[in-house]
Design a protein around this ligand. Structure first.
Ligand code: C2E
Ligand code: MG
Ligand code: MG
Length: 542
């Protein structure tokens, strides 16, 4: 009996050790550590020990000592299998965790698509020297149009759901030969093996079709457009950086031109990619109230009473800084966006003038127009609608236009300006002296105000020639029955000269720099207080 129990115990231990060999071997295979190799050898030696002891138990009389030994061997075997199973499980768990983390680091959580890091690795792999199968391919970058609008108006949950649905649609384009990715935000990218440009264009068309199918989210049915930029390897770049940049530039061009896609074309002026980015942000900026009007006071000659303000546009940047009109208006003027921007400015400035009427100062408001505005035959009607909406006197408005803008299409510009004049509003020839300064233009164009450019005014106190030019301009303006404004008055000497020459109005940093909407109001408060004090002082003297 003692013998049978001992044999059974040792046999159980042996089976356990043999069973533990499998997880130990698999762990050794996944870890490939020397320690696990030694452990495996030891376990094999133990198996040999167990078999030898079993053999001895069979062929010799058993004792209580053998039973004790058999119990220890049985426990040892069970201990080994438990430890091996647990080790194997924890190592497996750790492996799975690190695989998950690796996957997460290279995939986007919202759409499940490969992220920017993964995408860049893929492009690098395609481009690396060792890749003997280097083939032609296209990089497509897609950006949704007006996605910010959806986020802002319908909320981020709807925006996220739209991206998730789009991600699922784009994922369907994924094959073993290409790569689809969400680069971030509303930007997606695709790598397509292509032979030529037409194949890349076909890919872009397919991608645009996918985006343009309506999205059903909550109770909304949303239609979304996209802009796609295409760059081809090796034609448009042989390294990751230039390929991505060129696809990006083409994408911004597609956005600015309102096209579904644009293929990068080196012969075009792409130095201005910042310009294109600026334009791409424009619509969102207009909706997001990123534009602001600053107001620079204009003073009448003599005792310099405030006469009115010139509205000057500013663009608030995401970092809080202000971009001056001169830094972005010329770019926007090259697009059809300028029309909507000018209308925004007109409405704001007219509204501001209505607000200023509370100061009992019969103030005027100068508004700058662009060349395109002078081609817009409906502009006068729009101005009239603003004037009516805010009940302001149209005679208090003055629209400033430059000679260059007028020359774009002179007959049409004259028509539009005449229509504005017929409302009772004024037209000023801005920056006079820097453009064509054609005297016939001064005669033909229905402007009743001339603004002498700051380049003459700023230097007139030190440069006698500029002084003579300013003096002649004032005289010329008056002889043609135009009011004359000098802009860019920066020093007292110039101011005194201008008064001496009989210049009607002046503006410049010496008198006041352009101010924000709220600063303008406090400035006027302070101005009125000072005027009343001066009036009181004069009455006391009398
Ligand atoms: P502008 O109409 O000749 O406006 C005067 C510019 O001179 C403004 O620059 C103003 O800030 C600046 N300035 C003010 N005081 C002084 C001074 O003492 N010295 C000098 N040298 N400059 C002074 P800003 O705001 O950058 O505007 C530049 C140009 O952009 C404007 O020239 C105007 O042509 C255009 N602009 C401004 N706002 C608008 C707008 O709402 N619509 C359009 N279409 N054009 C605008
Ligand atoms: Mg101006
Ligand atoms: Mg000017």
């Amino acid at each position: 009996m003692l013998k049978v129990i001992s044999i059974m115990l040792v046999f159980t231990g042996l089976v356990s050790i043999v069973a533990a060999l499998k997880p130990a071997y698999r762990t050794y295979q996944s870890v490939r550590g020397r320690d696990w190799g030694i452990l495996l050898t030891l376990m094999a030696a133990f198996v040999f020990g167990y078999v030898s002891f079993l053999y001895m138990l069979f062929f010799s009389p058993s004792s209580l000592l053998d039973l004790g030994m058999a119990t220890i061997l049985c426990g040892g075997g069970i201990f080994v299998i438990v430890v091996m199973q647990l080790s194997f499980k924890s190592i497996n768990h750790a492996n799975a965790e690190s695989i998950r983390q690796f996957h997460e680091a290279r995939h986007d959580a919202l759409t499940g698509l490969p992220n920017r890091t993964h995408f860049m690795e893929y492009v690098n792999d395609l481009l690396c020297k060792e890749n003997l199968n280097k083939k032609h391919f296209a990089v497509l970058i897609l950006d949704l149009d007006r996605f910010k609008e959806i986020n802002d108006t319908l909320g981020h949950a709807v925006g996220d759901e739209l991206l998730a649905q789009l991600g699922r649609r784009i994922k369907k384009l994924s094959t073993s030969n290409n790569m689809v990715s969400r680069l971030g935000g509303d930007e997606f990218a695709l790598i397509l093996p292509v032979v030529d440009e037409s194949e890349a264009v076909a890919g872009a068309e397919q991608l645009a079709d996918i985006v343009e199918q309506n999205f059903s989210i909550e109770d909304y049915v949303l239609a979304v457009d996209s802009s796609i930029g295409i760059a081809l390897y090796p034609r448009d770049g042989v390294d990751q950086g230039s390929l991505m940049k060129h696809a990006d530039v083409a994408m911004y061009l597609a956005k600015a031109k309102k096209q579904r896609y644009v293929v990068y074309d080196e012969s075009k002026d792409y130095l201005s990619s910042t310009r294109l980015k600026l334009l791409a942000r424009f619509e969102d900026a207009l909706l997001g109230e990123e534009f602001e009007l600053y107001y620079q006071p204009v003073f009448a000659s003599g005792d310099l009473p405030v006469y009115g303000f010139e509205a000057l546009l500013r663009w608030r940047q995401p970092d809080g800084s202000l971009m001056l009109a001169g830094e972005f208006i010329p770019q926007i003027e090259q697009t059809r966006f300028i029309g909507s921007l000018s209308r925004w400015v007109i409405k704001r400035a007219v509204k501001k003038l209505a607000l200023l009427s509370g100061f009992e100062l019969d103030l005027s408001m100068n508004i700058n127009l662009s060349a395109m505005d002078l081609q817009d035959e409906t502009l006068a009607a729009y101005i009239k609608s603003c004037v009516d909406e805010y009940s302001v006197n149209p005679e208090s408005l003055c629209f400033e236009v430059t000679e260059t803008a007028i020359m774009f299409d002179l007959p049409r510009a004259i028509e539009v300006a005449a229509a504005i004049r017929s409302l009772g509003s004024n037209i000023a020839l801005d920056d006079f002296g820097t453009g064509f300064s054609s005297l016939s233009l001064l005669r033909e164009f229905p402007a009743n105000v001339v603004k002498i450019d700051s380049s003459f005014v700023a230097t007139m106190s030190v440069n006698p020639e500029d002084r003579s030019i300013v003096k002649s301009m004032v005289k010329l303006g008056h002889n043609l029955d135009r009011s004359v404004v000098a802009e860019g008055v920066e020093d007292l000497n110039s101011l005194n000269y201008l008064k001496q020459f009989g210049c009607d109005f002046m503006q410049g940093r010496l008198l006041s720099k352009p101010m924000s909407c709220s600063d303008t109001l406090s400035w006027l408060d302070a101005y009125l207080l000072k005027s009343k004090e001066e009036l009181g002082r004069l009455n006391n003297i009398n």
